[in-house]
Design a binder for this molecule. Structure first.
Ligand code: COA
Length: 262
């Protein structure tokens, strides 16, 4: 990986890549160069067969990501440019959402605006007890631009999404779990361990099946796709793989399957 200024990356022996957004003095706000590094790191992780799963977190104990970098907004001198910025952010978050390896957001503090949107683009969210979620853009005379109106509605339903988007109210980690925004809430010191444990289970499965699950679950939200048909196709694609043969043989032989991703 080439040199990074805004992110830290660490890959464990188990193949889990931890990406830490490392601008704690700015509460890990998403600046343009930081977003470019995230894009680069995700592209490399997707292409790297040794990466089996990804944890995305923020440096420090205060914030996951406190939003887009508001100091960059004043230089956006036209609506067209602002829309372009939103589209670029949406493309990056879409890359994360469609990553063929499991991606967990380890939300270690504030996840506001673009930070909440980034967490929602991950496949799962685990929050520390001090985490807070919100879409405060209306306080700036704005609305979310990195997919927040869409993914928040998908995760928590229309009524709660409207409330959070219109009021800019923050929700605690506990409430976020109650409304389906996060999978688990744990003490901060256990946050990364919890994510590692989830990824450990996933890494024992065939990587081919994980990619297929990402595609099928995504098809639920793609109006141009028939999700049941995508599922039938991908189910069919499992047959004939070495991992399918291994999985069935292992079951019949009463042993653990040893999947190889082929
Ligand atoms: N963009 C740029 N800088 C940000 C930022 C953002 N989204 N969020 C926080 N920062 C900076 C602050 O300007 C401050 O910098 P400074 O020390 O140079 O003044 C530093 O991070 C610490 O933040 P601060 O506001 O002092 O911390 P706090 O504990 O008082 O408040 C928040 C924490 C998260 C409530 C507050 O920072 C906040 O409201 N941030 C903006 C959230 C937002 O609207 N996000 C959506 C953007 S579209």
């Amino acid at each position: 990986m080439s040199e990074l200024n805004y992110l830290l990356t660490e890959q464990g022996e188990n193949g889990v890549l931890t990406i830490t957004i490392n601008q704690p003095e700015k509460l890990n706000a998403l600046s343009k160069p930081l977003m470019a590094e995230l894009d680069q790191v995700f592209s490399e992780a997707i292409a790297n067969d040794t990466v089996k799963g990804i944890i995305l977190t923020g440096a420090g104990e205060k914030a996951f990501v406190a939003g887009a970098d508001i100091s960059e907004f004043q230089s956006l001198d036209s609506g067209e440019r602002a829309a372009g910025m939103a589209r670029a952010g949406q493309d990056l978050f879409r890359k994360i959402e469609m990553c063929p390896k499991a991606v967990i957001a380890a939300v270690n503090g504030f996840a506001l605006g673009g930070g909440c949107e980034l967490a929602m683009a991950c496949h799962m969210r685990v929050a520390s007890e001090n985490a807070k979620f919100g879409q405060p853009e209306v306080n700036l005379g704005l609305i979310p631009g990195y997919g927040g109106t869409q993914r928040l509605t998908q995760l928590v339903g229309r009524g709660k999404a409207n409330e959070l988007l219109m009021t800019a109210d923050m929700v605690s980690a506990t409430e976020a779990a109650q409304i389906g925004l996060v999978n688990y809430v744990v003490p901060q010191e256990e946050l990364l361990e919890k994510c590692q444990n989830i990824l450990k289970k996933i890494s024992r499965k065939s990587s081919l099946t994980i990619d297929k699950i990402v595609k099928c679950v995504d098809a639920v939200y793609d109006s141009e796709k028939d999700g049941y048909e995508v599922e039938a196709q991908e189910f069919g694609n499992c047959f004939g793989t070495e991992d399918f043969k291994e999985g069935v043989s292992a079951f019949l032989e009463k042993r653990k399957a040893n999947f190889i991703g082929k």
